[in-house]
Design a protein around this ligand. Structure first.
Ligand SMILES: [Fe+2]
Ligand SMILES: [Fe+2]
Length: 425
């Protein structure tokens, strides 16, 4: 078994044993000794062990621990706000004891924030807490302030304020995912899933569907904001079309990754303020095929996302790109993402034109029903947008987005306020 997984299992055994035996009892000391020995194995050749604990598994040093997919303690630890554990290589047995005791207290509803233990932990080699509040250097810092601002109408403002949600973790994670893929890494699926779960929660702020759409501040932020927005819109639309929960989530993933092939397009072309030359347009038009290739080569089980990446610029009359050798209908998910893609692209400020209003974009889509876009999908989309609240989410400060540590917090991001009922997906 992976030493990190073995260590976490021994951590769970410690916490179970601590509820049976008081401090100093030999049985308790034995399991703590055993877990410390496992910990030293983990720290044998690294300076810092970082664990992110999600509802669906554990991410260790950026990779999912397959052995812990069904580990009971993920739910208990995450439920108690222990979503991230960071341990320095110089941890001592005493320090580990103190940290275990603090975790045990937190699991039992006593926040270490209220006692001296918290201060000890902040300075110690073991840190834990909510992913949302863990800083990159391991220090505990205040949670992010809400950054959703509602539209002018009172409904939107009410929805926004009741959400008290920041998407800065999710946005930072999307940015990080693009960087990972750009440098040849695999698609970090745990983070992708966490973002989808988090966005889905954000969308059900109240009775009315909330579409938390991220507003770009700088032109080079488009790839990140666009991925988040197309994902949100795709999930809302899939839900409105009566798709199953699993399909809706899968469409959200496909929406998030539909333009992943743009990592292969040079930034000068991607962010060019003027019109593209023919050669540049050709490079840009390669992103659907590149995206499909990345998704098929680097990750298992991404066939549908790959199909969507390939087909999302193909119109229902066969026009668009890439040109298919044999005309055939596109997948439902591709037709759905196509509409969401148009909506976000036209609603966003671009270097060469101002953003369109919601009604202008919906009219544009409706005019193209039956030629470019699927009539039923576009009709449902227009109804969904008109009957939803659009929550404008501000981009977080740039240092948050680019910080390499923030992505781990973002896993957390998955954790929106628990009181918010999730979308039925
Ligand atoms: Fe695209
Ligand atoms: Fe797109």
């Amino acid at each position: 078994m992976n030493p990190a997984a073995a260590f976490l299992i021994s951590l769970g055994q410690c916490l179970s044993t601590m509820s049976l035996y008081a401090s100093g009892h030999p049985a308790r000391e034995r399991v703590i000794d055993a877990s410390f020995a496992r910990l030293l194995e983990v720290l044998n050749d690294i300076q810092l062990a970082e664990f992110s604990i999600l509802q669906g598994g554990v991410v260790y040093q950026g990779r999912v621990l397959e052995e812990l997919r069904t580990w009971d303690w993920t739910t208990r630890l995450a439920g108690a706000g222990i979503e991230r554990i960071e341990i320095d290589a110089d941890v001592t047995r005493e320090g580990w004891d103190v940290a275990l005791d603090a975790m045990f207290q937190q699991l039992n509803g006593k926040s270490p924030e209220s006692n001296d233990v918290r201060q000890q932990l902040t300075a110690s080699a073991v840190r834990f807490g909510s992913l949302r509040v863990m800083g990159g250097n391991g220090e505990v810092r205040p949670g992010n302030a809400p950054v959703i601002t509602g539209e002018a109408d009172a409904d939107a403002e009410e929805a926004a304020s009741s959400l008290a949600l920041s998407l800065s973790d999710e946005i930072a994670t999307v940015n990080w995912i693009h960087e990972e893929v750009l440098t040849g890494g695999n698609i970090p699926m745990a983070e992708v899933e966490a973002i989808i779960g988090s966005l889905a929660v954000a969308m059900r702020a109240n009775e009315k569907l909330l579409l938390p759409l991220v507003m770009m501040k700088e032109f080079d932020e488009y790839t990140t904001t666009h991925a988040c927005n197309v994902s949100v819109l795709s999930m809302g639309l899939a839900d409105a079309l009566g798709c199953s929960r699993a399909e809706t989530r899968a469409f959200g993933v496909a929406g998030l990754l539909h333009d992943i092939g743009k990592v292969k397009v040079p930034k000068e072309i991607l962010n060019k303020p003027g019109r593209l030359t023919d050669d540049e347009r050709e490079v840009m038009a390669s992103h659907p095929a590149e995206g499909a290739r990345i998704l098929l080569q680097r990750e298992k089980g991404m066939q549908m996302a790959a199909v969507v990446a390939f087909e999302h610029h193909i119109c229902i009359d066969g026009k668009g790109y890439p040109r298919m050798h044999f005309e055939r209908g596109c997948h439902l998910a591709s037709r759905l993402v196509h509409v969401c893609d148009i909506y976000d692209a036209l609603s966003t400020n671009r270097p060469y034109r101002k953003p369109w209003t919601t009604e202008q974009v919906l009219n544009y889509i409706e005019e193209r029903a039956g030629t470019e876009v699927d009539p039923e999908i576009s009709r449902t989309f227009a109804t969904m947008v008109r009957s939803s609240t659009i929550g404008h989410v501000a981009m977080p400060p740039r240092e948050d987005v680019s910080s390499p540590e923030v992505h781990t917090g973002a896993v957390a991001g998955a954790g929106a306020p628990p009181a918010v009922p999730p979308l039925a997906i």
